[in-house]
Design a protein around this ligand. Structure first.
Ligand code: G6P
Length: 752
């Protein structure tokens, strides 16, 4: 790599100009000093001579006068001395100044006339001369004048010498500085720049390249950060393009982020896109004094986040992190994902009381158990209901603020926290297209009838143009509930409800995951599941040949205790697996403010301890219970390393862990044990389907999954992967948006 000539010239010119500027000041100061010195010297000579010369001005003393003048005349730079009488005639002079007398005469006469001394630098006969004229006087009159001539040409010579020296010094400095700068550039900048360029070149060529290391990491951090991001985006874009090309080549029609982006834009045009959910996709919180960002453990976030990344738009959610307020602007918005912004998150703030009543109370102690029917009684309190209504209105207001001036916004409301929101939005903005997706099951009308405010909830939901559930049976339950509870017209053929002149379409949209197509690069630490399994277990002090995985929020609907009982029974019935098989249970604490969730945390831990105590050895335990929030990346590692995954929900709208696990099994290895009470079991029929209440069946299912013929195991996983790929989250979003955009708002009410 060559350093440009322009850079060198700029450096030289810059340094030289600076040196010259300093030199000008220095030479001027030096010149001033020399002149001053000469002036002082002339004054001293004048004073010394004055008293000696004045008495000798008469004719008789001419000889002595000449002797005095001649004696003084022999000094450094003293050119000569002349004495004039008061008529301006020269009385005596030293030989060196004979030719200069004429030139100073006018000043002599003036000095005598004014009785004032005179000094100046004057060129006399081609040489710069300092003349000093001193009037000689007794008490009453001027007798004549003493003139002292100093040769000042040495000042010019001295100045020229200085200029020359300065020039040489400036040149040396310029060369030195340029050399040092070039060396610094070569060592500190050009090396790293060359390495960075090579790194970018590798990335551009599509080759896997490690980020180079730098001596001065701080200096290059902004650059490397940006290049890392650029590399990621490029890799993602390339992967997407390759995938598109591959799909075209195979004439397949998988949904990809690119395809969704194009599709959504063609459907939505310029209409802005809004998503509302309770849970936010990114939470800022303080750990000690440092702020950290987490992605919450939530099926909803797993599903919705890839869509927002693809289609942009604005996501409104409750700002629940203790550092959330520190990161938003004056509209409570921030661009996310934090390290690669792609859409806007608008945070809505709730008081403690609101959170208590609307989220913990009505949503999670009321609606959650009501819809799941998992043997936990729903609790409905009037105060919670009031706060649920108030918070729905609060979110509506926040949404209106963002939608101001927009005539036809598209709003996707998420989940049971916002049953009232669709009507609030439609009443205020009739041109809005509103869909609500209910992420949890919808029970039969008898079960739903427990809720004292079922009418209000149904009325709120029917404000939407589209109501979505995971599976058909939830749609059926919903329509039956509507049919029985509120005044409306249900069309069972078209699956619509007409109420108050507004038509609502009800449809199943089985939610899914992104399902990445591109396998992780070989350099990834997770490249070999087998090696990684041993390493993963070793990190927790366990050695085992086989590994199972379960990932949940610790929630009573997930059947974690039932799963543990199935595991215990498995070890009783198949003791050969003692010391061989470890089940890793990742349990993210959830809603712990609610007593039954809090108690469940303790119960799950105690049950794992009890079973471990029964079977464990020094290097091994049957259940490795990891009770903390894990990031998506951390969980992926467990999925990939596991021989089997257990999903034993007692009731679940869909269950995305099942699909996430399948999506992670890129080598088609792995078995899924799946509760028949999940929505996912309707699609993933190649899973080992179980009834989680049947402990014997669970034990058998684990044994079956571990001993399954490898070909069958791989065939089952392959088919499940095809389903998850074909019906991924992009297709889910595309179907939802397509249906919502195709609804005709103006001719809603059906005739006949
Ligand atoms: C279920 C719900 C989601 C919710 C998730 C996490 O999957 O359907 O809407 O996001 O649980 O619950 P949380 O209360 O922690 O948001």
């Amino acid at each position: 790599m060559r350093i440009s000539l322009r850079l060198i010239i700029s450096l030289v010119v810059g340094v030289t100009l600076l040196s010259i500027l300093f030199a000008v000041f220095q030479v001027k100061a030096e010149k001033r000093g020399l002149r001053k010195e000469l002036e002082n010297r002339a004054a001293i000579v004048g004073e010394s001579l004055e008293s000696k010369v004045a008495p000798l001005l008469d004719l008789r003393s001419r000889k002595r006068l000449q002797a005095v003048v001649t004696e003084f005349g022999d000094r450094d730079h003293l050119k000569g001395i002349a004495v004039f009488n008061k008529a301006g005639d020269s009385l005596v002079k030293t030989p060196g100044v004979a030719d200069d007398l004429q030139g100073v005469l006018p000043h002599v006469i003036q000095s005598i006339a004014t009785k004032a001394s005179y000094a100046s630098f004057t060129p006399l006969n081609g040489a710069l001369t300092h003349i000093y004229i001193l009037p000689l006087q007794n008490e009453s009159e001027v007798l004549g004048a003493l003139t002292i001539f100093h040769d000042a040409s040495f000042i010019t010579a001295e100045t020229s010498r200085l200029w020359w020296n300065t020039f040489l010094r400036a040149l040396a400095q310029a060369i030195f500085i340029v050399l040092v700068t070039l060396l610094i550039i070569r060592w500190s900048l050009m090396g790293p720049i060359a390495r960075t360029a090579k790194w970018i070149r590798e990335i551009r060529a599509g080759r896997k390249a490690e980020r180079p290391g730098f001596d001065d990491e701080d200096l290059f951090q902004p650059l490397t950060q940006e290049v890392t991001r650029l590399a990621k985006s490029l890799e993602a874009a390339r992967a997407a393009a390759e995938e598109e090309a591959r799909l075209r080549e195979n004439a397949e029609a998988h949904w990809t982020p690119e395809r969704l982006r194009v599709h959504v834009r063609s459907k939505l045009g310029d209409r802005p896109f809004f998503v509302v959910s309770n849970r936010e996709p990114y939470t800022h919180s303080y750990r000690g004094k440092t702020m950290e960002v987490t992605v919450p453990a939530s099926g909803l976030v797993t599903a919705i986040e890839p869509i927002l990344r693809t289609c942009k738009g604005t996501w409104l959610a409750h700002g629940s992190g203790d550092a959330d307020r520190q990161t938003v602007d004056e509209r409570d918005c921030l661009p996310v994902p934090p390290d690669e912004p792609q859409y806007t998150l608008k945070r809505v703030w709730l008081t403690k009381e609101e959170e208590e009543g609307y989220y913990f109370g009505f949503s999670n102690e009321g609606l959650w158990p009501l819809c799941h029917i998992a043997h936990t009684r729903p609790t409905f309190r009037a105060k919670d209901w009031e706060l649920y209504q108030a918070v729905n209105q609060k979110f509506a207001d926040a949404l209106f603020q963002e939608m101001e001036g927009v005539e036809e916004p598209v709003v996707l409301v998420q989940d049971y926290h916002f049953a009232l929101l669709p009507r609030l939005v439609k009443e205020r903005v009739p041109g809005a297209r509103v869909a609500i997706f209910w992420h949890i099951p919808w029970p039969n009308p008898e079960a739903f009838g427990i809720c004292p405010w079922q009418r209000e909830l149904l009325d709120g939901l029917l404000g939407a143009d589209l109501v979505g559930f995971h599976v058909q049976s939830h749609c059926n339950n919903f329509l039956e509930t509507v049919d029985r509870v509120i005044e409306s017209r249900v069309n069972w053929e078209r699956f619509t409800v007409e109420r108050g002149g507004h038509l609502t379409q009800v449809r199943p949209f089985p939610i899914s995951v992104a399902c990445a197509e591109t396998p992780e690069p070989a350099s990834s630490p997770h490249a070999s599941p087998y090696l990684d399994r041993a390493a993963l277990l070793k990190e927790h002090g366990v050695e085992a040949t086989y590994m199972g995985i379960g990932v949940e929020r610790v929630d009573y609907t997930k059947g974690i205790l039932e799963r543990f009982h199935g595991l215990e029974r498995f070890f009783e019935r198949y003791p050969a697996y003692l010391g061989q098989f470890t089940f890793v249970q990742i349990g993210a604490p959830s809603r712990t403010h609610i007593k039954c969730y809090h108690d469940l945390l303790g119960e799950v831990e105690a049950e794992a301890d009890r079973i471990n105590w029964r079977f464990q050895s020094s290097q091994w335990k049957p259940i490795l219970y990891l009770q903390r929030h894990h990031t998506h990346q951390e969980i992926q590692r467990y999925y990939k390393a596991a021989d089997l995954c257990m999903v034993t929900s007692l009731h679940d709208g869909m269950n995305l862990v099942a699909k996430e696990y399948v999506a992670a099994c890129e080598d088609d290895q792995g078995a899924l044990i799946l509760s028949r009470f999940t929505g996912a079991s309707r699609e993933l029929r190649d899973a080992v389907i179980v009834n989680p209440y049947d402990t014997e069946q669970l034990a058998d299912a684990i044994h079956f999954a571990l001993t399954m013929d490898p070909a069958e195991r791989s065939a089952r996983m392959h088919r499940m992967r095809q389903i998850v790929k074909n019906f991924n989250i992009y297709r889910w979003a595309a179907d939802l948006v397509t249906d919502l955009c195709e609804i005709r708002l103006d001719t809603h009410v059906e005739v006949g």
